[in-house]
Design a protein around this ligand. Structure first.
Ligand code: CA
Length: 236
C-alpha cells in the first residue's frame, strides 16, 4: 500500500452546524477539512490551502455557490479542482447550472453525511486515477490520438492537425466531462506568455469541429465560460 498525505477538503457552508457535521465525518475518515463560511473566504482558502476537493453549498450570503464555482473554474490553478455542490431540494435549475459551470457532483439537502463522504471518496479516486495515468494515446469515440507520434485518426482515417489544434484536442480528451474555461485552455495550449485573446480558443475549437465533424456533437460550449467535452461520446 502506498502512503499518501491526508487529503485536504474545503467545506464552503455558512450554516455552522452543517459545516461542523461534515468536518467531523471527514476527520473520522482521516481527511483534513477546513471551513469557509463565505464565497470570498472560499476563494482565499482555495488559494492558500490548496485543497484536493471542495464541498460547496449553493446558498451563501453575498457571493453564492455558483459564483464561487465559476471563479474557481476560471483560475488555472483551481480549474480542475473537484467540486461537490450542496443544493436545496427545490433548486433543480441551480443544480443544472452548477453542473454546467463545472461542478463534478451534487447532493441535495438534507443529505446523509455518510453518503457525502462516500461521494467524496469516489470523486477523489476518480481524479487520482486520471492523474496517475499518463497514456501515450487517447481514445474517444471514433477518435484515436497517438501522443508520441502526434497523429490523430477518426474512424481510422488520419486527420492532419496543426500543433495548436492537436494540443487543444489533447487537453479536451484528457478532461472529458469537465468545463474548461477559455483562459485555462489558452494557458495550457498556448502558454502563459502567449499574447493573444481568448477568441483564439474559439477559432481553434471551430477549426477542430470542421476537421472532425464528430466533435460538433461532443464539444459543448458553456455560455460565457468555455467548453466541455461530453463525458461519454455517443456511439453511432
Ligand atoms: Ca448555506
Amino acid at each position: 500500500m502506498t502512503s499518501q498525505r491526508p487529503k485536504k477538503i474545503l467545506i464552503v457552508e455558512d450554516e455552522r452546524e452543517i459545516a461542523q457535521l461534515i468536518k467531523l465525518y471527514l476527520e473520522k475518515e482521516g481527511y483534513h477539512p477546513c471551513i469557509a463560511d463565505t464565497g470570498h473566504e472560499a476563494q482565499k482558502l482555495a488559494a492558500s490551502e490548496r485543497p484536493d476537493l471542495v464541498v460547496l453549498d449553493l446558498m451563501l450570503p453575498q457571493m453564492d455557490g455558483l459564483e464561487v464555482c465559476k471563479t474557481l473554474r476560471r483560475k488555472p490553478e483551481t480549474a480542475l479542482l473537484p467540486i461537490i455542490m450542496l443544493t436545496a431540494k427545490n433548486d433543480e435549475s441551480d443544480t443544472v447550472v452548477g453542473l454546467e459551470l463545472g461542478a463534478d457532483d451534487y447532493m441535495t439537502k438534507p443529505f446523509s453525511p455518510k453518503t457525502l463522504v462516500a461521494r467524496i471518496k469516489a470523486l477523489l479516486r476518480r481524479v487520482d486515477r486520471v492523474a496517475d495515468h499518463q497514456p501515450t494515446s487517447l481514445a474517444y469515440g471514433p477518435l484515436q490520438m497517438d501522443l508520441t507520434r502526434h497523429e490523430v485518426t477518426a474512424k481510422g482515417q488520419e486527420v492532419p492537425l496543426t500543433a495548436k489544434e492537436f494540443g487543444l484536442l489533447k487537453h479536451l480528451l484528457r478532461h472529458p466531462g469537465r468545463v474548461l474555461t477559455r483562459e485555462v485552455l489558452l494557458n495550457e495550449v498556448w502558454g502563459y506568455d502567449y499574447y493573444g485573446t481568448t477568441r483564439t480558443v474559439d477559432v481553434h475549437v471551430r477549426r477542430l469541429k470542421v476537421k472532425i465533424p464528430f466533435l460538433n456533437e461532443t464539444i459543448t460550449s458553456i455560455k460565457s465560460l468555455g467548453y466541455k467535452l461530453l463525458d461519454q461520446p455517443q456511439t453511432h
